[in-house]
Each structure stands twice: as structure tokens, then as C-alpha cells.
Design a protein around this ligand. Sequence first.
Ligand SMILES: [Zn+2]
Length: 242
Amino acid sequence: MKLGNKVKLLAVVCAADVILLGGLCRTVLGNRPVHAAAGNGAWVQEGGETMERAKGLEGKCVALTFDDGPHKECTAQLLDGLKERGVRATFFLMGQNIEGNEELVKRMHDDGHLIGNHSFSHVQLTKAGARSVCQAVDRTSMMIEDITGERPQYMRPPFGDWNEELECDVGMTTVLWSVDSLDWKLRNKNKIVKRVLKDVEDGDIILMHDIFPTSVQAALELVDTLTRQGYTFVTVDELLID
Ligand SMILES: [Zn+2]
């Protein structure tokens, strides 16, 4: 049991919604960390409430998530690789990177990936003030909606930096992560793969960035390896149920 060294940060939910989180996830619910109980599979919230697995998910599952794109070359390559493997992922897009990459966003949507919002530029949202955060998030959602016809429901704040006040202003479900690949820092396919494989468990949400070639290579190798280990890849909305 790797308690302590892997605090799982998964989802922060708007106060009005109650969302149960999938599998063996250690989660954050309403900004409160959830800690793992000793033993197998019983993860409890700080208040003592037991988390339930999303119904309908059989076997081990994991969600790959990619932040900071789209990136003209890297995202295109990743989409090719995921399509070849029949795997769907979740992309949290930055508004400022959408312009000029509309085709990639359309492709993501057409290929069945889930598209979320990563704000417009990579600012630390709790420092920016609620009003400008809402503008940045709304602007990005509108750009995505213009291309796909669907307004994103999920957001991942840059740096995972968020608070309850912003949550209620923005009105989206905030999705953090439970395994950090550190791909932005490692920039080495083998090291990224090794790091993720060391930590990954059923129900995890893996954080990666589709703006580095090494991240794309690592992600595709992870898909192949984890598929052989019996994992199914899901989008984050499939791990979270209302
Ligand atoms: Zn980011």
C-alpha cells in the first residue's frame, strides 16, 4: 500500500452535484481529500462515506487525460495513434491553442474523445479573480462549442489550482488527476512510462500533456502495455457518475 506518496486528486464537484467516483480512486470531493483505507478496495472519504465504483464498468479501467493542447504536430500524432488502437481519451484544451487547430478539435470530437476546458491561457486561476476566470473559461468553452456543437462540462484548472468560490461561478465539474506522469519534466519516453506504470491502479486518472513528442510516444506505449495488463481506457465522464 503506497499511502501518503500518492495522494489522489480526482474531482472537485459543484456543490449542487453529488458525484460518485469510480473504482479504487482516492479522491477529492468538494475540495476535501479522500484517503485510502488499508486493505483492498475500500476507499473512504474523510467524512467516512464509502466511494462506489461507477456502475457498468467491468474490469480494470483507467483514463488518459491530456492538458495544454491542442498542438499541431503532437496532438495530430496522438490522435492517429489512439485511433489505430481504438482508444478514447480526455483532452483539456487551452483556448489560446485552439485558434488555427480547429480541425484537430473537430477530429477529437469525431473520434469520440471527451473535450474539456483548461482555461484560455495558463494562468493560476485562484490568483486571477473570479470574474476574469469566468471570462477565460467561458471564452474557451465557446470556442470549443463553436467547433464541436457541444459545450464542455468538465474543466481542469491550470496547475490544479482551484477553490470552491470559483467552482460555483464557473459551474463546471472540475477534474484533477490521480497519477501525475511528470511528462513535462521528464521529457523521456521510457522514464514517463516507468513512472506511470509504477503507480497506476484501477480507476486512475493519468495526467499527461499532448504538447511534447515524448509524451505522445509514452502515452501510446502505455496504451499498449496497460491493454496487455487488462485495462480498458475510458474518458473521465465514464469514471464519474451522477
Ligand atoms: Zn496545464
